[in-house]
Design a protein around this ligand. Sequence first.
Ligand code: SAM
Ligand code: ZN
Length: 267
Amino acid sequence: MPSAIPLRCTVRGCGRELVIEGSQARCAAKHSFDRSRRGIFNLLQPQDKASANPGDSREVVEARRRTVDAGWVEPLRDALVPRVVDQDVLDVGCGEGFVLGSLVAAGCRGVGVDLSTPAIELAHRRWPKVQWLVVNADRGLPVVTESVDVVLSVTARRQPEEFRRVLRPGGRVFLVVAGDEDLCELREGVLGRSTAKDRASAIVQAFEPYFALQERFSVRGQRIAEPDVQVDLWAGTYRGARATQHMTADRLLPRPITFDWEVWVWA
Ligand SMILES: C[S@@+](CC[C@H](N)C(=O)[O-])C[C@H]1O[C@@H](n2cnc3c(N)ncnc32)[C@H](O)[C@@H]1O
Ligand SMILES: [Zn+2]
């Protein structure tokens, strides 16, 4: 079942509806995008390709997929699925696709966008019926105005004004950020973390002009993580993705590691 969520052309100044026919996506102004050999659409514009931020690398995306396969993200999925039943969902910065793939498996319709081609390819391979797109979300979201019920951003990009545009009246944003305790055992000794208070006020400042806070809750606990999972969890973080801060599995033991997601629901 292809996504029934109407897409929007990303060519600068266009914004017309983009219709997929076979292996092409096309708008009324005849801008067109070809499906890649791997089955995905890349809607990046030339200015995006030159951007310094290419999105997550294949290594990071694969590390995150292994943590998903180790069950690490199941508590977050279990918190979100019952709250987002039968809705049209746009996942911004969807990564390897687990959260949106799970929502669609439970009956939602979905479009997932990410700047990282390896992430979108991995997502497409596991959930081929979801519409995955390579897009720079900072340049606008590739769905038409008032076309979705839920915008999801799981430790990813936040564009409240665009979120408002694409949401139908009554629509909601599920903004998920790493809580203060997330992976604290792995972060121990790493200085320079921002405090929970700083992060919260930045979120409120960004969202309050467009939304009202409906609910805020934490998904928090501990799981025993094997050494290789600890390495992958670290690699999936902002710091761990940097070459200078790799962690290796030797000398690590299986141990309890804290997961902590903070979910903000804006409507
Ligand atoms: C920390 S990861 C989270 C991925 C996924 N939501 C998850 O929970 O596994 C952040 C994601 O945002 C993507 N990203 C970074 N900049 C982006 C942009 N400008 N537009 C779209 N996605 C972007 C990265 O490629 C990466 O997949
Ligand atoms: Zn166009």
